[in-house]
Ligand binder design. Sequence first.
Ligand SMILES: Cc1cc2nc3c(=O)[nH]c(=O)nc-3n(C[C@H](O)[C@H](O)[C@H](O)COP(=O)(O)O)c2cc1C
Length: 362
Amino acid sequence: MLSIPDASFPRPPLPADEQGAKAANTSAATLDRRLSVAPMMEYTDRFCRHFHRLLSRNTLLYTEMVTTGALIHGDRARFLRYDPCEHPLAFQLGGSDPAALAQCAKFVEDAGYDEVNLNCGCPSDRVQTGNFGACLMKTPRLVADCIAAMNDACSIPVTVKNRLGVDDQDSYGQLCDFIGTASESGCRTFVVHARKAWLQGLSPKENREVPPLMYGRVYQLKRDFPALEIIINGGVETLAEAERHLRHVDGVMIGRAAYHNPYLLAEADARIFAANTAAPSREEVLERFADYAAAQVADGIRLNHMTRHIIGLYAGQPGARRFRRYISEHAWRDPSPKAFFRAAAASVSAAPATEQPEAIAP
Ligand SMILES: Cc1cc2nc3c(=O)[nH]c(=O)nc-3n(C[C@H](O)[C@H](O)[C@H](O)COP(=O)(O)O)c2cc1C
């Protein structure tokens, strides 16, 4: 077993030539995972993803986890629905039955997604009852069977999102066993949440905060499995941090920070993907989201189902609190979307010049 120190990583800026200049994501074959927004249940629905896409053209977006049972027996069309502008787009599945996962991987491919991801990191009681999510880290052979079945059923990339370990199965050697076994069945890309999970005694929220982050283990995985694509996840709050991680791994996935401070995505195309594009202003993003929201409202969607995802747009800016308040107080009344977004933007500029920016929510 290897013993890997989890020293903090070096922090010099990423040289321009290392930032790479791959083309924007257009198909599974060219999927560029240098930056992605994490799958988050109840958060990364299609409205949220549309909003994130207005901020960054290249960042890979993930759906919420959908279980195989829901996809096979539930309202499949609703679970698979997305807007073509959301590409590049990955669908996350929860399950542990190879046949059911294979069937669902095919649904996902047929719906036009660019990637299908298997959740091996969620520690909630609900997924433990179904014997999937983080529990799967205890059964690498079963994960390998799941991946093989999914790969047989579809031709889009099958990827895995996992933890460093679970419970007392948390050594680096056991992590290597998991990655090695899963990769032998054809998985080339692993998104590693850089902390272990406790299956008993911690809530899902605590399992995102209490077990310590061990970035060094993820870097070591990349060194030990250089042919695999290793994406790091957990606790990344800024693009500067993402750039530093990219010195050691192939990609960075950001969850909570992208949700609570979405404007950080606005510079991702230029900084992470070396695209020759200027960051859109917050006001431009609002204007474009207003057009989208108007079309959705005309289709019967409640305005506040969409606006809840944008309340962090001015995080850290003067007027952020007014913006949030305006949205929470007015969106549920279902006003005309265009007028609503104009007034929401105006509420920010109404902030007195002396107002101090508030800290960004964790
Ligand atoms: C509200 C919420 C819901 C989440 N739902 C999922 C999920 O459906 N699938 C998954 O793999 N991870 C899920 N996660 C975990 C995130 O994908 C990510 O691994 C975790 O938040 C750590 O990244 P961060 O520190 O950048 O937020 C969820 C996290 C949050 C905060």
